[in-house]
Design a protein around this ligand. Structure first.
Ligand SMILES: Nc1ncnc2c1ncn2[C@@H]1O[C@H](COP(=O)(O)OP(=O)(O)OP(=O)(O)O)[C@@H](O)[C@H]1O
Length: 224
């Protein structure tokens, strides 16, 4: 995959020099405001009946905090694969990757992600690991759902939602967890143009106070 042709607004791409840089080297080299670093990423799918499918070849990228980036490229060129590597769902065949934590990945198909019976329970699901008081969970869920325009859907069964609404519930779950990196796979699958703009505004609304109070930004990478 030719990465520079896929990422819009690149600030600086790392020169591909070494394919086996240890992760701790990336961490120590990374300046405070870098959220994603990938170096010389290679990835192949191993197929039994056909030759291995080589998807990524020496991909390097560096994404500073506080920016929206978009992966662009033709069908099958490896955009989802790269996002899954950044999300930690796939391990690269070689190369190194660093992504600021916590990070969230929103699947192309929200049915793979929206798992609880009601909207508010689903948004609260990821907060379970933080052992927060109920009031705080409720407040985070309300803020996140408000940000994605679903305040009136708190008690709705997720089965009754449209694809775009489910996608917004999945994004609300990621926002509620105050992730520092949000990876969105195919934002355009279910959301119409107005909803896409709405979601981007929502993300900015919810993240701006975080950026101001905690002095870090939150890059969003989404595939289009
Ligand atoms: N599990 C798999 N086994 C073998 N090959 C796969 C597998 N998953 C994906 N591929 C192949 O890897 C390549 C990259 O797939 P990927 O889904 O990353 O592309 P993409 O750029 O996201 O495509 P699209 O824009 O169509 O969603 C494709 O050629 C695809 O056929």
């Amino acid at each position: 995959m030719n990465l520079p042709s896929l990422i819009r607004f690149p600030e600086r791409l790392l020169a591909p020099r070494c394919s086996t840089l240890p992760t701790n080297t990336i961490r120590s080299n990374s300046v405070e405001n870098v959220a994603i670093v990938g170096r010389n990423l290679n990835f192949s799918f191993t197929a039994r009946q056909t030759n291995d499918v080589r998807v990524l070849r020496d991909c390097s990228l560096r994404i500073p905090s506080g920016q929206f980036w978009m992966l662009l490229g033709p069908n099958g060129c490896g955009k989802s694969t790269l996002l899954k590597i950044l999300a930690g769902l796939l391990a690269p065949t070689s190369g190194t990757v660093y992504v600021n934590e916590p990070k969230s990945f929103v699947f192309q198909n929200p049915d793979h992600q929206v798992v609880m019976p009601t909207v508010d329970a689903d948004v609260a699901f990821g907060l379970g690991k933080f052992n927060l008081p109920n009031d705080e969970v409720r407040s985070k869920v309300q803020r996140a759902l408000h940000a994605v325009g679903l305040s009136d859907y708190m008690k709705r069964s997720v089965q009754t939602l449209s694809g775009g609404q489910k996608q917004r519930v999945a994004i609300a779950g990621a926002l509620a967890e105050a992730c520092k990196v949000l990876l969105l796979d195919e934002l355009t699958t279910f959301l119409d143009e107005t909803d896409q703009v709405g979601v981007i505004k929502a993300v900015r609304t919810l993240w701006t106070p975080l950026q101001m109070s905690q002095h870090y930004g939150s890059p969003i990478v989404w595939k289009n």
